[in-house]
Design a protein. Sequence first.
Length: 354
Amino acid sequence: MTQCLTNKKVLTKGNYAIAQAAINAGCECYFGYPITPQSEIGEFMSGKMQELKRAYVSAESELAAINMVIGACSTGAKAMTSSSSCAVALMQEGLSYATADQLPVVLISVMRGGPGLGNIYPSQGDYFQATKGGGNGDYKLIVLAPSTVQECADLTYKAFYLAHKYRNPTVLLADGLLGQMMEPVEFKEYPYSEIDNSNWALTGAKNRDGRVIRSYAPLAENQCVFLEQLYQKYKLIEENETEWEEIGTDDADVILVSFGSTSRNVKTAVKMCREKGIKTGILRPITLYPFPAKRLNELAEKVKKIITVEVNMGQMINDVKLAVNGKVPVELIHKPVGAPPAPEEILAKIEELI
């Protein structure tokens, strides 16, 4: 792959697609520590970033990596790290600090099985980790969930754009299946305008007043004002950036809700349901935060049942239940870890639930 691999389709792995898209998006700094199943991202960046005279550091730990990203982002640079599950857990303090400092950190999280060290099999068990956070205080991360290798590239572009547009840490939440899967990808040119950060970035105070970026707020009343402002920003993100995909929902009696690679099997299951006369549709959240709660609430007015399909013990189902607010029963089809449930399994479970 080359720096400007655009408008051509190539067969590539999800992890490499993410790395190449980051290069095309103008990533200036990469700091990371290897862990399966995302190690190819760091491998790719170790060669390409140095070739392009950009900053690459193989950090001594995940703690070091996230704090290096914080330092780079404080200068307004496009910086990112990548990791997986138990290692992203070590970054939670840094993500809380980056949110308080309003820094445009980009984190690629390629999920594996847990809890604890778990295993390297694909999983969606980090939905809570990404959308609820393990750091302290009231904060939110923007979270994007690709379902194809093409979306791995496209949403990496969007992650950099949203992180800088809103000065908020942004997570691309993939999984081990997507990270290792190979599919044709077209690397389009970076489609977003560059964000002016000259009014806040720490670039030296020559010919201007000095600036300070810090999360510490010694006065409670000042922290209250800050948090109110922060949540006004989140409201703006929810109004403008919520994204989802819908198929077959117009006349559906049953709506399936699924994200990431699992939604691929769910789409096939929807077709199989239709062939058997079961009016089924799918809503796939592309942004896990902001979550498409308003649209789900609207759909709950006209369907008989909503079913979430997840590779975990049931995490996104909580947000779905909150969204529909008791208007319709919400059920779960799940597999704890590994490859997603097969379409035939999903169909059989739907028939049982209805």
